[in-house]
Ligand binder design. Structure first.
Ligand code: T46
Length: 137
């Protein structure tokens, strides 16, 4: 399963660190929305869905969390534990986010505005979506 991670450059000096991200240069889409997740309890699992179109980059800018990805055939667990690491998630990937450290802040850059109709929240529906996409190829 191909996982795309980005290692962003930090511009560090004696004042601290700064990471700057530019669309198309540091990640492959235009950003239409930014949101962030924090104060998630350690035993909580978020996500449990895929998307029809949305592309995103996830960055744990503080603390750490884990991401479970499932492409309908294989699964992978990714640890996000530094502000210079970005995880690119395309639409047709079931995702779950868990093991949030108490101080975790998960920043998400998204390619589309919020649209509930873009969510696939049923796992069987997700498998059918993947199958239909593969049969188009
Ligand atoms: C994803 C993962 C990584 C909004 O009103 N606008 C928004 O842009 C978003 C993202 C959410 N909401 C509302 C909808 C719900 O009432 O915020 C509430 C929590 O959203 P949700 O349960 O979808 O959150 P997560 O953490 O399960 O999933 C989110 C994103 O929704 C999703 O696209 O890929 O983070």
């Amino acid at each position: 399963m191909e996982i795309r991670k980005f290692n962003f450059e930090a511009h560090g000096d004696d004042r601290g660190q700064l990471v700057a991200l530019e669309q198309y240069k540091d990640f492959p889409f235009e950003v239409k929305r930014v949101y962030y997740i924090y104060d998630t309890l350690t035993d909580v699992v978020r996500g449990h869905h895929a998307h029809k179109c949305l592309k995103q980059v996830l960055i744990c800018v503080h603390g750490s969390c884990k991401i479970h990805l499932d492409n309908g055939h294989e699964t992978e667990e990714i640890l996000l534990d530094r502000p210079t690491l970005g995880l690119y998630i395309e639409n047709d990937m079931w995702r779950e986010m868990y093991d949030f450290s108490p101080d975790a802040v998960l920043l998400v850059l998204a390619s589309e505005l919020y649209d509930e109709s873009d969510y696939i929240r049923d796992y069987d529906e997700f498998l059918k979506f993947v199958e239909a996409k593969e049969s188009e190829k």
